[in-house]
Ligand binder design. Structure first.
Ligand code: AQP
Length: 338
């Protein structure tokens, strides 16, 4: 039964859970800005996701505004893209409940992000942390989004979103929800920690030296890159020659992403040279890219009322798409409310 025809529509979100990193920028923000040129785009500040682990309320409110500022400073135009906070659109929580009843508990236990974040004490983590991927499926499917740009770490959650859409469609004999495609492209879909090349660069890593924050100043960026873990070997002739050297590969990939070059071009330009030569060039490149973003974020944060106004306008536009989709979902399921 062909109930819906799906226009290409892009949705993605970021948690307002603290310092945004170079990983968030290269894996997500920068690509979001590129996609708004050619697509209808919705970009969300997923504050309901953030509270799956405890957040200080005042800090959460500030982090929401700061993330809105980062979106805009990274090139997202709030007139063109729909930019909003998740909690301002009730449909996210409404659809998430339906998906909690469609998804299976076993699917949630298999998610590697849950295993990583819950750690050894999984029974003591919030129920929301376990159900996180059902809320993420609701975020995406609430807008019938067809494409979701994300970093590599979110691939498993998008696969689960597809499973939830398929099971809903199957259980209710419909094709109301699209089967969404992840968009994981570029050389920096998984930026690694500066202290451990096998771990993702993350805003919640306890070590600030493990990441470059979008708000770091030039001195902090240079110091973090100078102290980034590497090895004593020089750069080889080709990127393939960096096999087994995760920290070195990470720095080369970051350089390539920032410079708009291939990793092979970067390695060729520095072949035979030591990391002590490479690191200052990488630091200059990172500062040149991030300084204007951080300066623009500062300007935007000076007027929080304007950020709130932009987010409210975005929420209104998002609600206009979401409300009929929730109403139709409730009707399909047989719920009395509209
Ligand atoms: N290291 C990374 N490399 C590439 N992409 C990344 N992303 C995150 N880290 C990297 C992408 O950023 C988007 C938003 O992520 P998020 O904030 O919603 O949650 P996350 O993936 O859990 O990111 P963090 O930094 O690790 O946050 P915390 O520490 O709060 O959990 C996603 O598209 C993600 O792929």
């Amino acid at each position: 039964m062909a109930e819906a025809r799906f226009q290409p529509r892009v949705f993605s979100g970021i948690q307002p859970s603290g310092n945004l990193t170079l990983g968030n920028y290269l894996g997500a923000l920068r690509r979001f800005a590129e996609m708004q040129v050619s697509h209808e785009t919705l970009y969300c500040i997923v504050d309901l996701h953030a509270i799956t682990v405890w957040q200080d309320p005042a800090k959460l409110r500030n982090a929401t505004r700061e993330l809105a500022a980062a979106y805009i400073a990274s090139g997202i135009d709030p007139e063109k893209s729909i930019l909003f906070a998740q909690s301002a659109v009730p449909g996210h929580a409404q659809l998430a409940w339906v998906f909690n009843c469609v998804a299976r508990i076993g699917w949630m236990y298999r998610m590697s992000q849950f295993k990583d974040k819950a750690g050894k004490n999984a029974e003591n983590s919030s129920l929301g942390l376990l159900a996180y991927p059902a809320l993420m499926a609701a975020d995406i499917l609430l807008y019938h989004a067809t494409h979701v740009p994300v970093g590599e770490d979110q691939k498993q959650h998008i696969e689960l979103t597809r499973d939830i859409a398929m099971k809903f469609n199957h259980d209710y004999g419909t094709d109301f929800f699209p089967i969404t495609e992840p968009v994981i492209e570029g050389v920096a879909t998984r930026v690694m920690s500066l202290r451990d090349g096998t771990k993702k660069m993350s805003k919640s890593d306890p070590s600030d030296m493990s990441r470059i924050n979008l708000t770091d100043d030039a001195d902090a960026i240079a110091a973090k890159i100078r102290k980034a873990r590497t090895d004593a070997e020089p750069l080889p002739e080709t990127y393939a020659g960096l096999a087994g050297r995760p920290e070195a590969r990470n720095l080369v990939s970051i350089y390539a992403a920032l410079a708009g070059e291939t990793p092979d071009q970067v390695v060729a330009a520095f072949a035979g040279r030591a990391f002590s030569d490479f690191k200052p060039a990488l630091a200059d490149l990172a500062v040149a890219h991030l300084s204007p973003i951080s300066a623009r974020m500062g300007e935007l944060m000076a007027d929080p009322a304007e950020i709130d106004r932009l987010l409210a306008a975005g929420a209104e536009r998002a609600n206009a798409i979401a409300t009929p989709i929730v109403a139709r979902t409730y009707e399909i399921v047989g719920l009395a409310g509209r």
